[in-house]
Design a binder for this molecule. Structure first.
Ligand code: ACM
Length: 666
């Protein structure tokens, strides 16, 4: 495969000899069949992005862009629309053909991704269509609020990577972002107006993207209950704390269903998509099982336990969703023998949940393996296939739990225990996987770090959801990831690298200390959210202390907030180690030079206080590298010390060097 910025990589690419020099003037655009305002605006946008990204050096002939669109789409994109397209660049002609508008939109993005820095397009034939019809991104706008502009920018980047669903998690314990006319006390200080949301839905549709709203219930509803205490059977207060709360809607109270019906009606007037997410995750049983009147109501309805009670609630709410002409989606806790077969279930608690969903005849949207809030590198998410079979997932888990990058959290990365302990539960699946959805829970994300946190890894998932199943070479993906992020910046869509650099400067990192900072990563999994003590307790299975380092008001303005979840500089060193392992002496010299440069960085004055122990550790790491290069055995106690988590930071260089440093063959 040629080095390029194509991501997701198309189903079929025929690279041909020659290239087309762009002229810097406008394209000559010919619409050979259907034509719409949506297509014209998309062409205009892409043209601007192309001229912006390409450094035009030659004044060649005019370039013709022929658009052959078989049919216009409906007003709104929907699940399962035809997204295929064919793109050919030959001579001075670009021909883009698709059965439907949605495919033309994707083909234009491919065209943008093909522009080289010197303003040429390769001669090429691309034939492309997605593997899955649902390629989503969930953003939790409740724990932190993201303004409309940030969401529009996100939609632009989603379009660039051919993602087609934005799922907005609009409500949670800490906030309710949907203003309700009928229940005005619900909306938090920061919320979206109906016209802002309608505008966002239209903006998305112009890019072929559906927007799915979520009202998470009956748990995660403290914000509802703080405003309307009568919807619960106990009292609670507004909260800024994270973690599972006890507050729950009372499923035996008819006024709760009346309110939900009204809210769904209001939602339906804003969001045209056929699907509405009703949440259903992490319902704490304390309020329900502690209430005599709820227990009596359960008895009267022959509901044997709280899970049957939740199933009763889900059945009522699903019916209300159907009443407004829509289909419900729920997190995998909604799975129950009584669940209406039309409900789409979103699996997040591992692939065993996915298989139970499929076996019970529901279609499944897969999010397990795709939680971007956990700070895992792109290759980890990339390695989870939405349809992977049990043995492949067990093997993957085995690999990840011995990967030195995750040693500090390995005990928490066990997702296949159910299979290991109970054996395979698979019968023939009756439902199908409709696709995948990455989730960005926002406890540790606000608008200032959104772009960096999302897009340093999301493109890998866009490829996982779009491209053929056998495209799984992570190092090739990383090359295209970096190129495509550069293109995203050059086209004026989003400057991920610039955004991280500006944030870090604001957080007090001077140029002199960037070489250290570029080797750091945040600790993985729930390390930051739990804090050191609670993390240690959770990993060892002992009782966790109550206190947590973060709540919804904690400023996210420290160096750790602006770091890429994975360091691309460190990936470069990993490649150097691979070359050394294959006997490349030039690579050994390069690593020696690097280690000496690290020593120099650490010898400087005025290290930001937060990084002092990391600077010491980098100096120690440099010494270990130089020792090893001289053929000496290294002090493994030092390696252990520099490699462990330093508060919320990892010196990410250590895990990638560790196997070479210790001479381990693994
Ligand atoms: C979830 O992560 N609670 C769906």
């Amino acid at each position: 495969m040629k080095a390029n910025g194509l991501l997701p990589y198309p189903r079929q690419v025929d690279w041909q000899a020659g290239s087309l020099a762009l002229t810097g003037s406008r394209f000559d655009v010919n619409y050979l069949a259907a034509r719409s305002e949506r297509l014209e605006s998309a062409v205009d946008r892409i043209e601007k992005q192309i001229w912006r990204s390409a450094e035009i050096t030659s004044a060649g002939q005019p370039v013709t862009l022929e658009i052959h669109c078989g049919a216009l789409g409906c007003e709104w994109p929907g699940l399962g629309v035809d997204e295929s397209y064919r793109l050919e660049v030959s001579g001075v002609r670009i021909a883009l053909q698709a059965p439907c508008e949605w495919g033309i939109l994707h083909g234009l993005q491919t065209l943008l991704q093909l522009v080289t820095a010197t303003g040429t397009l390769p001669s090429i034939l691309v034939e492309d269509s997605p593997r899955f019809p649902w390629r989503g991104l969930m953003i939790d706008v409740a724990r932190h609020f993201f303004g409309i502009e940030a969401l529009q920018r996100t939609l632009d980047a989603m379009a660039f990577y051919k993602l087609n669903v934005l799922h907005l998690h609009l409500t949670d314990d800490q906030a309710f972002r949907l203003p309700s006319t009928s229940f005005p006390k619900l909306a938090s200080d920061l919320s979206y107006s109906p016209s802002e949301l309608s505008g966002l839905v239209r903006y998305a549709a112009e890019r072929g993207i559906r927007v799915i709203p979520e009202l998470d219930m009956p748990g995660h509803t403290t914000s509802w209950l703080a405003a309307y205490p009568e919807w619960g059977n106990e009292r609670t207060e507004a909260t800024r704390r994270f973690g599972v709360h006890h507050g729950c809607l009372d499923p035996t109270n008819e006024s709760v269903y009346e309110a939900i019906a009204v809210l769904l009606g209001e939602l339906a007037s804003i969001f045209p998509d056929r699907y509405v997410h009703i949440g259903g995750d992490e319902v704490h049983p304390a309020w329900w099982s502690g209430s005599k009147s709820i227990r009596m109501a359960m008895q009267a309805r022959a509901l044997s336990d709280v899970s049957a009670l939740q199933a009763y609630f889900n059945a009522r709410v699903t019916g209300l969703v159907n009443d407004v002409g829509k289909v419900a989606i729920g997190w995998d806790e909604v799975l129950h023998p009584d669940l209406d077969s039309g409900v789409l279930v979103q699996s997040w608690r591992g692939a065993t949940a996915r298989d139970r969903v499929l076996n019970q005849g529901h279609d499944c949207l897969v999010s397990a393996g795709y939680y971007l809030d956990l700070f895992f590198p792109a290759d980890v998410h990339y390695s989870f296939d939405p349809e992977a079979q049990e043995d492949a997932l067990i093997e993957l888990e085995d690999e990840l739990t011995v990967d030195p990058r995750f040693e500090h959290v390995a005990a928490g990365m066990r997702w296949a225990d159910h299979w290991r302990n109970k054996g395979s539960s698979s019968v023939s699946p009756r439902g199908s996987v409709v696709g995948g959805e990455a989730c960005l829970w926002s406890e540790l994300v606000d608008e200032s770090v959104l772009d960096v946190r999302l897009w340093s890894r999301m493109p890998a998932l866009a490829e996982r959801f779009w491209s053929p199943v056998d495209l799984c070479d992570a190092s090739n993906m990383y090359q295209r990831l970096t190129s495509s992020l550069e293109l995203l910046g050059a086209g004026g869509i989003m400057d991920v690298f610039g955004s991280s650099a500006a944030f870090l400067q604001q957080a007090g990192v001077t140029d002199a200390w960037m070489p250290l900072v570029s080797l750091l990563e945040p600790v993985k999994w729930y390390g930051r959210l739990l804090g050191e003590q609670a993390l240690a307790a959770r990993l060892s299975g002992t009782e966790m202390p109550q206190s947590r380092p973060y709540d919804a008001d904690t400023p996210l303005d420290r160096i750790v907030d602006g770091l890429f979840p994975e360091s691309f500089v460190v990936r470069g060193v990993a490649t150097l180690c691979e070359r050394i392992a294959s006997g490349d002496e030039v690579a050994m010299k390069e690593l020696g030079d690097l280690a000496r440069s690290w020593r120099q960085v650490c010898a400087q004055q005025d290290c930001p206080e937060e990084l002092a122990s990391l600077a010491d550790s980098l100096a120690d790491t440099a010494a270990l590298v130089l020792d090893r290069l001289q053929g000496n055995k290294i002090d493994e106690a030092v390696l252990q010390r520099v490699g462990r988590a330093h508060g919320e930071y990892l010196l990410a260089i250590v895990p990638v060097l560790s196997r070479w440093l210790t001479g381990s063959k693994q």
